[in-house]
Each structure stands twice: as structure tokens, then as C-alpha cells.
Design a protein around this ligand. Structure first.
Ligand code: B12
Length: 274
């Protein structure tokens, strides 16, 4: 491998991500992410609705365990903003990825191409979306990379865009200086419209406690996010989806699924930013 200054390589990566269209990016310490709060809670979750691909785990690991490439040393995390006035970025066209996901994928492909050309000894791995298929817990990663904090809405809240971002991660075989966590907590002084605007009251009951789980970091901070209720809304969104055309992703009509985003759209953080 070329003799890089680690800070220099980090800047090259973060600059390139910006150039490729990422709206936020950072580096997480891989050790801080091994056995992160989400990974610890996962096997003890009280419901496992919507664990995609649970029947076809590709990592060979127990369900919910994160696969780390043996030579991975740092985690690159980036986000693409999904502003309220561009709702189509989050719309599924049947089973076809929303435009926002496609953009994230394109950025990771381009970054990989760029770094491999820069130095063939750099190994960079695109992490899948689902943990069952080799992904990582993206909110924990975003927190560690300094992209934001985990709010009362159980989402990563960024200073510039609030929670209205979608995340993606890659691992790299170079130990880079982490860019996070950062001191940022807008939720402390907020009256939490994210919680009151949930159509399924998914935040209305404490499901997990520190005592019972042994964890300091619980879903939605107070252990009051219930996945099954949230998922009921997603199922409703699928059932009520109307046929339509999204020419930018598909050349024929499909069900256009617009999943609920109330917990992110009602968050006041970063609202003035486009
Ligand atoms: C499965 C999944 C779902 C399931 C279940 C969600 C769940 N939380 O259980 C369903 C389908 C219901 C769902 C719903 C939604 N999802 Co979803 N989902 C995922 C997925 C694939 C895995 C999440 C998971 O299983 N977590 C495990 C459980 C155990 O953890 P948890 O409930 O999240 O709680 C943990 C964290 O909050 C953490 N934590 C809490 N406080 C702190 C503090 C610190 C310091 C740290 C380190 C950690 C931490 O610890 C908790 C465990 O104790 C991720 C992608 C990924 N690979 O990470 C996207 C993801 C979390 N979803 C996302 C989004 C946007 C949504 C929705 C808004 C729907 C939509 N329109 O896309 C809703 C919002 C739900 C909510 N408010 O939490 C985004 C979040 C982006 C962001 N800004 O944070 C992600 C990251 C996908 C992406 N492409 O960016 N989702």
C-alpha cells in the first residue's frame, strides 16, 4: 500500500463522496461498532416483524449478527438527503429501489472504483442494506461517524437535514481517524412532534427497559419504539398503494409505495435546508 498520511486519505475519501453527491459523510471507528446497541438488542427484540431475508441469511452468522470482513479497519458512512419537497426519492416502484437508494448505491460503486484505481492495495467493501445479507446497523454507524445523534424518533438526526436522510456504509482495510461522535442533541429541548404524529402510536408504550436489557441505548431512547406497530403502517401503505409511473426508475406502471415518514417529516431539525 502507498504510504498515505491517514488524515490525507480520509480527506480524499470525504471530498470524493461530496463530489459524488453525498450530503453528509464521515468515518466511524470499527471497534466502537462491533457489538453496537442495535446488535446487542437484536436477539432480544420482542418482535421480529419485517426481518427481511431472515430465511436466507448470507453471512452464515446468527440472525442479527454483523459480518465484518477480516481486513476491515474503518467504516465509511454517508447519507443522501431526502427533503420533504422531493418525496419521490423514497418511493418504491413495485420492488424497484427508490431513486434515493439508487443514488446511494451509485455513490458507493463510484467510490469503490475511484479508490481501487488510486491504490490497488486499498480494499473497500460496499455493505448491503440488510444486516442479514452483510449490512451493518446504519444508525449506530452514522452516530459513530459523527453524522448526528439518535433522536426520540429512533432515527439518526443530522444537524443539516434532521432525520430526512438515507444512509449507506462501506468498510475499508485502512485504519482512518474517526470523525465522530459529535456533541449534538437537539431532541433534549424539543416537544417531540415525531412521537405524537405517529399514525400507529408506535412510540406510546415502553417496550424495553435498561434493567431488563442491560443496555443504555434503547430504541427511541426510552425503549418506547414498537416495531410491530410501525410495521402495521408500512403494510397499510403497501395495501393502499396506487398504480403509477415513475419514468426515472421504471418504464411501466407499478404500485408506487409511499411508506410513512411522519416521524422524520415532523422533526423540526434542519427544516430550513433544502
Ligand atoms: C429493519 C428496518 C426497519 C423495520 C424495523 C425498524 C426497527 N427500528 O426495528 C421497519 C420496516 C419497521 C422500518 C421502519 C422505518 N425505517 Co427502517 N430500517 C431497518 C433496517 C434495515 C434495520 C434496523 C434494525 O433492525 N435495527 C435493529 C433494532 C434492534 O434497533 P432499533 O429499533 O433501530 O434501536 C436501536 C437504535 O435506536 C440504537 N440506539 C438508540 N440510541 C442510541 C444511541 C447511540 C449512541 C447509539 C450508538 C445507538 C443508539 O440502539 C437501539 C437498540 O437498543 C435499517 C437499515 C440498517 N441496515 O440499519 C433501516 C433504517 C433504520 N430505516 C430507515 C427509515 C428511514 C425508516 C422509516 C422512516 C420508513 C421509511 N419511510 O423508510 C421507518 C422509521 C422507523 C423508526 N422511527 O425507527 C433509515 C433511517 C435513516 C435515519 N435517518 O436514521 C435506515 C437507516 C435505512 C436507510 N436507508 O437509511 N425500518
Amino acid at each position: 500500500m502507498k504510504d498515505y498520511d491517514k488524515y490525507q486519505l480520509r480527506e480524499i475519501i470525504l471530498e470524493k463522496l461530496k463530489e459524488l453527491g453525498a450530503d453528509c459523510a464521515g468515518i466511524a471507528d470499527i471497534n466502537a461498532l462491533m457489538n453496537s446497541p442495535s446488535e446487542q438488542l437484536f436477539p432480544n427484540m420482542k418482535d421480529h416483524t419485517r426481518d427481511h431475508f431472515a430465511d436466507e441469511i448470507t453471512t452464515g452468522l446468527p440472525h442479527g449478527k454483523v459480518f465484518w470482513e477480516p481486513d476491515a479497519r474503518s467504516v465509511i458512512v454517508f447519507a443522501v438527503a431526502h427533503p420533504e419537497d422531493r418525496p419521490e426519492m423514497d418511493w418504491w416502484c413495485g420492488e424497484i429501489d427508490p431513486p434515493g437508494n439508487k443514488k446511494l448505491l451509485k455513490i458507493s460503486r463510484e467510490l469503490k472504483k475511484y479508490l481501487s484505481a488510486l491504490d490497488p492495495d486499498i480494499h473497500i467493501y460496499s455493505k448491503r442494506y440488510h444486516v442479514e445479507r452483510g449490512g451493518i446497523y446504519l444508525k449506530d454507524a452514522a452516530y459513530q461517524a459523527g453524522l448526528g445523534c439518535i433522536g426520540y424518533n429512533n432515527l439518526c438526526v443530522t444537524p443539516a437535514f434532521g432525520p430526512r436522510v438515507r444512509l449507506r456504509a462501506m468498510t475499508i482495510n485502512v485504519s482512518l481517524p474517526p470523525t465522530g461522535p459529535i456533541a449534538f442533541d437537539p431532541c433534549r429541548t424539543c416537544d417531540r412532534p415525531c412521537i405524537t404524529n405517529c399514525p400507529q402510536n408506535a412510540f406510546s408504550e415502553v417496550i424495553y427497559t435498561r434493567e431488563e436489557t442491560g443496555l443504555t441505548h434503547l430504541p427511541a431512547r426510552n425503549g418506547n419504539y414498537y416495531r410491530a406497530s410501525c410495521n402495521n403502517q408500512m403494510l397499510k401503505n403497501e395495501e393502499t398503494a396506487a398504480e403509477g409511473l415513475m419514468p426515472e426508475v421504471c418504464d411501466h406502471t407499478e404500485k408506487i409505495i409511499k411508506y410513512c415518514r411522519n416521524c422524520e417529516l415532523s422533526c423540526p431539525v434542519g427544516k430550513s435546508k433544502k
